[in-house]
Design a protein around this ligand. Structure first.
Ligand code: CTP
Length: 417
């Protein structure tokens, strides 16, 4: 799939830096995406990467010379001009060595010199063996580069060329150019508005299950991630309804229609009624799995309960996501899950939830325990119903929301091909 975003605008100048990793085989598709979109592409391979794909391929695909060194041409390659003119530098695969060199500000070849001389946004797409990705040196370099404003499209887990399994695999070309388009759009005309005419709803917040007129069983969910999803949808032009379970109004972005659904049953009814008119549903709310079997119409007095304690009988709430996905197969459903455990366990929980609930995607929020980038608000892995890890992203809740909405909107573009 290559969206033709080129219509009616001048060509963008894209530099594609290529590192020496086996994942190079995915990069020609990225180059082709930009060429087809009418952009001017220059490929800058590292010398070592030519062991995987040669200059002739890059030149044929991009229609421009693919130099590796500053002195490849007699008069010298004008890296300053290339750097100054670029709208975006995409580096894929970014090996541990290349990341370290960029982090250190080295300029030993044309690519690193260009990165150093450029103020254009840079998208790094790391790919390497899990052990190298998890090495503290690489982690440190990536963290520092991120702090300098360099965009990182994180590797996903899966089969590695070594025969091992783990994090380090480069995302598919679609994910790379989608992220690149996001960055370009954010720097130029604001976000891509590819969801105009699309109706989406979001469930957000934490439900409160009434015990009596003054008490409830609830949870700590603030609704911030749901509100961020709503904002990311609005930015792309969608018409958005937010089913709010006790979300503070101040968190809700402008342009979103709000329906108050404080309890699971109220949310259940409202969502099922609204679902047929929608194209996408994001189930971000922390819905109580159980509610008090009876809601007292009057405040329960101490005297009515046993002096030593009070047992509350709870009954199961409907699973709003599972029921909605089943009743409306045409609706693109994205679920959320906060999980704890090892990487493998987390993914397995997510896969099981995607399957059992019938969601197209489940975004799994890693919570607790030794996370790599402790200062970031959120770390999310997205799996699809077939159990594939399709996105791994981290950042503020809004950054994470934008990445998830971009993924879902990419799907909405391609599903009818
Ligand atoms: N969900 C829902 N209705 C429920 C429970 C959950 O719509 N009654 C949705 C949530 O909004 C979320 C997804 O299902 O998108 C996963 O929620 P989660 O609480 O992680 O899953 P549970 O099914 O409750 O499983 P468990 O608590 O056992 O992990």
């Amino acid at each position: 799939m290559s969206t033709n975003l080129g219509a009616g605008r001048p060509p963008r100048r894209i530099i594609v830096g290529v590192g020496a990793g086996i994942a190079v085989y995915k990069v020609p598709a990225v180059v082709r995406h930009f060429v087809k979109a009418g952009d001017s592409v220059r490929v800058m391979p590292t010398e070592a990467s030519l062991n995987f794909v040669g200059k002739a391929t890059w030149q044929a695909l991009s229609g421009a010379p693919a130099h590796t060194g500053v002195f490849d041409e007699e008069a010298g390659v004008d890296h300053v001009e290339a750097a100054r003119g670029a709208d975006l530098i995409v580096i894929a695969p970014a090996t541990a060595d290349l990341i370290a060199r960029i982090h250190a500000g080295l300029a030993g070849d044309l690519l690193t010199t260009t990165v150093l001389a450029s103020t254009a946004p840079v998208l790094l797409v790391p790919a390497m063996h899990t052990a190298m990705w998890n090495n503290p040196a690489t982690k440190h370099n990536v963290e520092q580069l991120r702090a300098r404003g360099i965009h990182i499209l994180e590797p996903v887990s899966g089969d590695l060329s070594s025969g091992d399994k783990g994090a380090g695999r480069m995302p598919e070309p679609e994910a790379i150019w989608q992220r690149a388009e996001e960055i370009l759009a954010a720097g130029q005309n604001g976000p891509v508005r590819d969801l105009e005419g699309v109706k989406a709803f979001v469930t957000a917040g934490g439900t409160r299950e009434p015990i009596d007129p003054v008490r409830f069983v609830g949870n700590h969910s603030s609704g911030r991630q749901g509100a961020a999803i709503a904002q990311a949808l609005v930015e792309r032009g969608a018409e958005v309804t937010l089913f709010s379970a006790n979300v503070d109004d101040r968190l809700i972005p402008a342009g979103v229609r709000v329906v108050e659904t404080p309890s699971a049953l109220q949310m259940h009814q409202a969502v099922l009624e609204a679902a047929p008119e929608h194209d996408m549903g994001f189930f971000v709310a922390a819905v109580a799995d159980f509610r008090p079997a009876k809601t007292a119409t009057k405040k329960v007095k101490k005297s009515a309960a046993n002096e030593d304690g009070w047992s509350l009988e709870m009954v199961r709430n409907p699973d709003i996501l599972a029921e909605t996905a089943k009743a409306f197969p045409g609706l693109l459903c994205v679920g959320f899950a906060a999980e704890t455990g090892s990487d493998e366990e987390i993914l397995e929980f997510g896969r099981a939830k995607a399957r059992s609930k019938g969601a197209k995607y489940i975004a799994i929020n890693r919570v607790g325990g030794g996370l790599g980038f402790g200062t970031l608000d959120n770390q999310v892995v997205v799996v699809d119903g077939e159990g594939n890890e399709v996105l791994s992203t981290s950042g503020s809740k809004l950054e994470v929301a934008r990445a998830i909405v971009a993924l879902a909107s990419g799907h909405s573009e391609t599903q009818n091909r």
